[in-house]
Design a protein around this ligand. Structure first.
Ligand SMILES: [Ca+2]
Ligand SMILES: [Ca+2]
Ligand SMILES: [Ca+2]
Length: 162
């Protein structure tokens, strides 16, 4: 009786949650995020890495999502993180690569994006330690960690007990 109550309770809690994420992913407001601190790579490799996990580099829609991500990555003070934003196709025209949409919300650090004063071709968006994780543009060939994102709940499996 006790056991079946526990099973029922755990079934209900997972069924009622709108954020079901795989192990090691972090849930927030309908999305699952993977912060792969040991997986430093170029922007393109980071895109592939997230793709292999049925995900994409994160698309940051609003202040809530941005603050959630920032508060998480602040735990890792020495790591810079790729987000899914690039102006690689048209200089100065920043787009989320997954949707090709112009960002509605941005959190650029002061004087960013700047392509390093025009001296370098900085085409990829980063949450950078030096700006307390406000966004900067940086060289896509640098090696940073990816923040992957996908919709929550797409991997939900219901197990019938009994
Ligand atoms: Ca998002
Ligand atoms: Ca650029
Ligand atoms: Ca820059």
């Amino acid at each position: 009786m006790v056991v079946s109550y526990i099973l029922l309770a755990s079934f209900l809690s997972s069924a009622l949650s709108d954020t079901t994420c795989p192990d090691a992913w972090v849930a927030d407001r309908g999305s699952c995020y993977l912060f792969s601190i040991d997986q430093t790579s170029t922007f393109v490799e980071a895109q592939h890495y997230c793709g292999q996990h049925d995900a994409h580099l994160t698309i940051i829609d609003d202040d809530f999502e941005n603050n959630f991500l920032k508060s998480f990555v602040r735990k890792f003070r020495h790591t810079n993180w790729w987000i899914g934003l690039t102006d690689e196709l048209v200089e100065g025209d920043w787009r989320w690569y997954k949707t090709q949409e112009v960002p509605v919300f941005t959190d650029w650090a002061p004087n960013e994006p700047n392509s390093y004063g025009g001296k370098h071709n900085e085409d990829c968006g980063v949450m950078h330690t030096s700006t307390d994780f406000k966004w900067v543009d940086d060289l896509c060939s640098l090696h940073y960690s990816p923040i992957c994102e996908k919709e929550a709940g797409s991997t939900t499996e219901l197990t019938v007990i009994g």
